[in-house]
Design a protein around this ligand. Structure first.
Ligand code: ADP
Length: 272
């Protein structure tokens, strides 16, 4: 790959505009130190609490390209590494997202990594220790990671099950950072800003989320994330009646269970 192609690729993955991110603790300093030491990072926390936004913010701050892969159960190692493609009667190799990140010195963010096929861990391991290599079986190449490359993974402990747990041999290759829903005043600010609504309504949505997060033991697998509150806020801003907005953006996405939905509906009625 020529220097020019590499520079163009970096440009493609560069984040041009500063993402809005409200710091909730000392996560920026910790990540900066981890990056300076080129340590791989694991972000732990429930869905919709700001992990992806944080990585975008850090990539922007550190001025590194960011390659994000949303992992899913059909994602094989080969999807990360690359494949041969037939182009005009010729077979040509095309790098996958991880290989691209390794070559150009990007931050590679594997979102919800436990969802991916087990063979992906085999690929990740040599990249996370002092070898910093990526073996491309199909081409016989062993890539040494660009000095600026770093791997970041996210992991939701709430979904933990015997089948879907990160193995110790994988976990112990990362420094871990705990993420949770932001404190109420910070979350209010985020919902108000991202949802473009007044602080008073945002604060009520945050109170609702707090109550929902507290009834988790009644069968909800997860509480309402900040993302859903922002969705509700955006509907409200577009004049959807508040209760309806909460039902569509918060209740229905969270559960299919009618009794639980009733309970959530009661919480909404109490507040609004
Ligand atoms: P996750 O990756 O944890 O599932 P996201 O990073 O996608 O969650 O967060 C969901 C949304 O919540 C973001 O798009 C953003 O609007 C908002 N958000 C959450 N936390 C923050 C924060 N600390 N600062 C700014 N926005 C945030």
């Amino acid at each position: 790959m020529t220097d020019g192609t590499m520079a163009a690729m970096r440009e493609c993955y560069r984040i041009r505009q500063a993402p809005y991110y409200l710091e909730t603790g000392d996560e920026v300093a910790v990540f900066e130190a981890a990056y300076a030491a080129r340590l791989p990072v694991m972000l732990k926390g429930p869905t919709g609490c700001g992990k992806t936004r944080f990585v975008e913010h850090m990539a922007y701050r550190l001025d590194r390209p960011l390659v994000t892969v949303a992992c899913h159960e059909d994602l094989f190692a080969s999807d990360l590494i690359g494949r041969y493609l037939l182009k005009r009667d010729e077979t040509v190799w095309e790098d996958g997202p991880l290989t691209r990140a390794v070559r150009m010195g990007a931050i590679c963010y594997l979102d919800e990594v436990v969802e991916a096929r087990k063979d992906t861990t085999v690929v990740i391991h040599p990249l996370t220790d002092n070898r910093r290599t990526l073996a491309i079986d199909k081409t016989g190449e062993v890539l040494i990671a660009h000095p600026d490359f770093v791997l970041v993974i996210s992991y939701n402990p709430g979904y933990q099950s015997v089948l879907k747990d990160l193995k110790q041999s994988t976990r112990q290759r990362f420094i871990a950072m705990d993420f949770d829903y932001p404190a109420p005043d910070l979350e209010t600010e985020i919902v108000s800003r991202e949802g473009e609504i007044d602080r008073e309504t945002a604060a009520k949505l945050v109170t609702l989320a707090g109550k929902i997060r507290n009834i988790r033991e009644h069968g909800l697998t997860e509480g309402a994330g900040t993302r859903l509150l922002i969705y509700a806020a955006r509907l409200i801003r577009l004049h959807v009646p508040v209760r309806e907005a909460c039902r569509s953006a918060v209740c229905l996405p969270l559960t299919d269970d009618e009794r639980l939905q009733e309970t959530l509906g009661d919480l909404i009625d109490d507040l609004f």
